[in-house]
Design a protein around this ligand. Structure first.
Ligand SMILES: Cc1cc2nc3c(=O)[nH]c(=O)nc-3n(C[C@H](O)[C@H](O)[C@H](O)COP(=O)(O)OP(=O)(O)OC[C@H]3O[C@@H](n4cnc5c(N)ncnc54)[C@H](O)[C@@H]3O)c2cc1C
Length: 417
């Protein structure tokens, strides 16, 4: 290991102590395949190479450029362009020697330890890391399927859906009604619907002065609730209303043609309807047999190894890592713990027990943000919260916004550079 690599590792906290323990002989020629080049997979691929340059790492993803969901609510609110969400993976190949495979994994053959690609080719692995993100449970809300999402966007994966919702907001009448439905837990980015509602309310304030926004929630409580509600009281009084399911009842069906949401006790007809549907682990993980009946992938929290199949690890939104939320920050933290465990197992030595971290920042206006942070440790086969906290109500929320911007840039570098 050269000096600069060692110095870099020593600065990485969780990785530092492990790296300093000295390297056992590497499993030369070992192959790690990573499915999914988002925040989880890209980070895992990079850190395996950083820890063990003799291991070959293949990062498989069909997209040429990754589009980040963090920042996508800014695009909806007209505060940024879609191009600001682009993350090239070229640096992973140039700097770290990750082998980029632009293809989708069609199937995992755990017995043969290989993945079959959509192009027909196969890739053999010694360890497989699976980070495909989420898929939607189409029709879990009757009337909301993939076809309906072409008219009623979810915008819960960044890209054309983000632009569709942005353009619908731009085109709606000045006194129109925006309805956003938020799903029950667990789902990608617990505070995301409420950041979205805040920034859309800010957009309406400037461009559609008589318009309103309603959140129809499948929950009766949500992440950073007191902070969001204080922000809405301060900035969007009378414009943004949150309706828990205890008030409206469950959503019974959606009529996509008329943009109508039929709840048990009330019916809402929207000018712009944004449905954030119930979710599950990405299809490739479920088809591989990595998910349980709940649709998410159970893992050992010290290594993120699947509890269902050998030599396969699952990280990011697809895995069950409660009480960690499904966030890009969490995916990056899990990816590093997973990379340490994968390298250790290929070197035939035990991995240290990790400490995992998460901070979820949410913008409530373009220049004010709030956050929730947690530190997590494995205990008796489960992850437990070791400590945590939220932005105080009387803190400087502008300072939090500066930290939030700083985190976005740092995550971009950490995962993709
Ligand atoms: C509106 C919004 C705002 C958010 N804001 C924040 C925030 O501020 N902070 C934060 O921490 N998190 C935020 N998140 C959450 C964050 O986006 C996710 O938690 C994060 O992207 C999860 O990373 P991942 O690697 O699990 O999945 P993803 O980032 O979705 O990456 C999955 C990748 O797998 C690929 N893939 C899927 N199937 C296959 C296959 N069969 N073969 C090959 N590749 C495949 C996909 O192409 C994709 O590139 C936000 C989410 C949303 C929707």
């Amino acid at each position: 290991m050269n000096r600069s690599r060692r110095r870099f590792l020593a600065g990485l906290g969780v990785l530092g102590a492990w790296a300093a323990a000295g390297c056992a002989p590497l499993a030369r020629g070992a192959r790690v395949v990573v499915i999914g080049g988002g925040y989880g997979g890209a980070t895992a691929a990079k850190y395996v190479r950083l820890l063990a340059p003799d291991i070959r790492v293949y990062l498989v993803d069909p997209s040429e450029v990754y589009l980040s969901c963090p920042g996508s609510n800014d695009v909806l609110a007209g505060l940024a362009e879609l191009s600001s969400l682009e993350r090239s993976r070229d640096g992973l190949s140039r700097r770290w020697g990750v082998e980029l495979v632009r293809d989708a994994v069609a199937a995992v053959d755990g017995a043969k330890r290989q993945v079959r690609l959509q192009s027909g080719a196969s890739l053999a692995y010694d360890r497989l890391v699976v980070s495909p993100g989420i898929d939607f449970r189409w029709n879990a809300i009757p009337g909301y399927d993939e076809a309906a999402s072409q008219n009623i966007p979810h915008a819960w994966k960044a890209g054309p859906q983000t632009l569709l919702l942005r353009d619908q907001l731009r085109a709606m009448p000045e006194d129109g009604l925006v309805v956003l439905t938020a799903p029950a837990n667990p789902y990608r980015c617990p505070p995301g619907p409420y950041e979205r509602a805040s920034l859309v309310a800010h957009y309406l304030q400037r461009h559609k002065p008589r318009a309103k926004l309603l959140i129809l929630d499948a929950k009766s409580a949500f992440s950073k609730q007191a902070l969001f509600q204080e922000a809405w009281r301060r900035h969007y009084p009378g414009r943004l209303e949150w309706l828990p399911y205890t008030r409206t009842g469950q959503i019974e069906r959606i009529d996509a043609a008329s943009r109508t949401v039929h709840c048990e006790f009330e019916t809402f007809r929207a000018d712009v309807l944004n449905v954030i549907p119930p979710q599950q682990a990405g299809a490739v993980a479920r088809q591989a047999g990595l998910a349980d009946a709940g649709g998410w992938c159970p893992v050992h929290p010290d290594s993120f190894a699947s509890t269902l199949l050998p030599d396969i690890h699952v990280i990011g939104d697809a895995c069950s890592a409660s009480p960690m939320p499904k966030s890009a920050f969490a995916a990056g933290s899990q990816a590093k713990a997973c990379a340490v465990a994968v390298v250790a197992s290929l070197q035939g030595r035990p991995a240290p027990s990790p400490t995992l971290i998460n901070t979820c920042y949410s913008f409530v206006t373009p220049d004010e943000a709030v956050s929730v942070a947690g530190v997590y440790k494995p205990k008796d086969g489960q992850l437990t919260t070791a400590s945590g906290g939220e932005t105080p109500l009387d803190a400087d929320w502008r300072e939090e916004a500066r930290y939030a911007h700083g985190w976005r840039e740092a995550a971009k570098d950490d995962s993709f550079r």
